[in-house]
Design a protein around this ligand. Structure first.
Ligand code: HSE
Length: 433
């Protein structure tokens, strides 16, 4: 029988950047942590692929497991920290096994929480253990606690944010330097800021995983990653970033979740946001998350969304919660009470749009384009032709008033077929704050 002041005994699976950061933090702040939660947190076991690899941290006092899943059966452990990653495979097997053994789980695994979150939350609640995942969204920013604990008394209508540091870094450098996406991505890869396979980051999947988790938490509905509309940043050009600046906007890869009477909208795509807005000022590798509560108003948290220190900070904060006995429901309401996700299709989205057309500079071209907008009841706010080159191509930039996505998509499909339109029309949604 354990006494409440006994150390919390943990096993850590995965000793990569975040795992070694977590070990270092626990060792550095051992006494501080004890003073804050009334007990030590002891690393009793660890598991990683290669025991002989030098990691710059001393884990020799912990039992070593080559097999992470076997570590879940270690009878001494109170909690298992899953830092293996991946939606399935070892990570999922480990978490299921740990819950089955009645151990608390802390994870940084956004893919697993986005794709298996409901199943795991139900299992954890049935087993009477905590499933904590602060590190899975926006690294060091305590956004899970902000929404679940800080806004516990609020109805939340919208959550949005910059949830991927790699994309935000690339868009920031493109804006500052005027360079194109491919060039900036190659440089970011050479500097180690972007993965050699960057698709999860720049194609929006990483941000979508995080958004699906925030959506469930904010609206008390089942995690529904499959319902997220996902577009990345590969098609954003230096020209669009420059025009955005002239119009008072910045282009950001946003994740937006909004609840209406009809259902829940979840989307990740490049957005124009007012340059002077709080979210517009989040630059470089930083993440920023805004949650709108009906009593608290709009709250924004900004910080580092990745890296050893910030992510370890979130992992250990979860361990401290467990050590203190703080036991909030996984997704803010009991897992058994999570509502169906009621996803809204992207076609039903409404908002203003930025459109850039590449057209031959001849009389009547704008008349043809605006006639199509008229047919779809799309109202133009402003229209500017950039440059003049009779008989050659020029850019025409338009902002249209709030309209339905379905109308905009159909109108652009017709515009793309006009003989005078020489390139695929560019469309970027404008987010209204
Ligand atoms: N690869 C992510 C990013 C961090 O670039 O923000 C981990 O989710």
């Amino acid at each position: 029988m354990r006494c409440p002041s006994d150390p919390l005994r943990i096993g850590i699976a995965g000793l990569g950047t975040v795992g070694t950061g977590t070990v270092r933090l626990l060792q550095t702040h051992d006494e501080l942590i004890r003073s804050r939660c009334g007990r030590h947190i002891r690393i009793a076991a660890v598991s990683a692929r290669d025991r002989r690899k030098g990691r710059g941290v001393d884990v020799s006092a912990a039992r070593w497991y080559d097999d992470a899943v076997a570590m879940a059966g270690d009878p001494e452990l109170d909690a298992v920290v899953e830092l293996v990653g991946g939606a399935d495979g070892v990570a999922l097997a480990l978490v299921r096994a740990a819950i089955g053994e009645g151990r608390h789980v802390v994870t940084a695994n956004k893919a697993m929480m986005a794709e298996r979150g409901c199943e795991l939350a139900r299992a954890a609640e049935q087993a009477g253990v905590t499933l904590a995942y602060e590190a899975s969204v926006a690294g060091g920013i305590p956004v899970i606690k902000l929404i679940r604990e800080g806004l516990a008394a609020n109805g939340v209508s919208r959550v949005y944010g910059i949830l991927n540091g790699t994309s935000n870094y690339i868009l920031s450098v493109m804006r500052e330097s005027g360079r194109e996406f491919d060039d900036v991505l190659a440089e970011a890869q050479a500097l180690g800021y972007a993965e050699s396979d960057p698709s999860f980051d720049v194609d929006g999947v990483d941000a979508a995983h995080k958004l699906a988790i925030l959506t469930s938490l904010a609206f008390g509905c089942e995690v529904d990653f499959g319902a997220v509309h996902i577009e990345g940043i590969r098609h954003v050009s230096a020209m669009d970033i420059r025009y955005a600046g002239e119009l008072g906007y910045k282009i950001k890869l946003l994740g937006v979740a909004r609840r209406t009477d009809e259902g829940v909208e979840q989307r990740v795509h490049p957005c124009m946001v007012p340059a002077e807005s709080p979210i517009g000022s989040v630059e470089g590798v930083y993440n920023g998350v805004v949650a709108e509560g009906d009593f608290a108003g709009s709250l924004m948290a900004e910080g580092r969304g990745a890296g050893a220190g910030p992510t370890a900070s979130a992992v250990v904060a979860d361990l401290i919660d467990i050590a203190r006995g703080n036991r909030p429901p996984t997704f803010a309401v009991a897992a058994s009470a999570l509502a169906p996700s009621r996803p809204l299709p992207m076609d039903s989205h409404r908002g203003p749009y930025y459109i850039r057309l590449t057209v031959v500079d001849l009389p009547g071209v704008i008349a043809d384009v605006t006639a199509i907008f008229r047919d779809f009841e799309i109202s133009i706010e402003s229209i500017v032709q950039r440059g003049r080159a009779p008989g050659e191509t020029v850019s025409v930039v338009m902002i249209v008033h709030e309209t339905a996505e379905a109308a905009m998509t159909s109108a652009l499909a017709r515009i793309a077929k006009l003989d005078s339109v020489t390139e695929r029309p560019q469309m970027i949604r404008i987010e209204d704050f």
